[in-house]
Design a protein. Structure first.
Length: 132
């Protein structure tokens, strides 16, 4: 789930991922649902309006992080919004079973509460299921 300035903007159509690597690097994305795909048009032929619609609401960042038992700080090394690069976000977190709840202020100064669930382990040696 994702709450921004106290408003729930999540839902079944919103996909959020937060990857915290053991090497001190993170990757975070928020992909709103309901964005148009324009599947019948090659991407290099999209208009400016089609690009804007397809990527509306997308948030993506990567960088380094540091955590202690209750606080998490991340530095944005790369971001979908270049104006946010170099900023540091800080917040508190709690582990609740398979959920990771992070509260803080984002790089745009908005308060947030994000709840992530641990993904199942992926077996890189398992055969891939091919869709028809």
């Amino acid at each position: 789930s994702y709450r921004l300035n106290g408003v729930d903007i999540s839902g079944p159509a919103v996909t959020q991922r937060l990857l915290l690597g053991g090497d001190g690097w993170f990757m975070a994305t928020t992909l709103p649902g309901g964005r148009p795909a324009f599947k019948d048009i090659p991407r290099d032929e999209w208009s400016v309006q089609q690009y804007a619609a397809a990527y509306a609401g997308l948030e993506a960042s990567r960088g380094t992080y540091n955590a202690d038992p209750t606080r998490l700080a991340v530095r944005l090394i790369g971001d979908a919004d270049p104006a946010l690069e170099g900023r540091v976000l800080t917040g508190t977190y709690q582990l609740q079973g398979i959920e990771f709840v992070w509260r803080g202020t984002d790089a745009k100064g908005r308060s947030f509460v994000s709840t992530y669930r641990r993904l199942p382990k992926f077996d890189i040696y398992a055969p891939l299921n091919k869709s028809p």
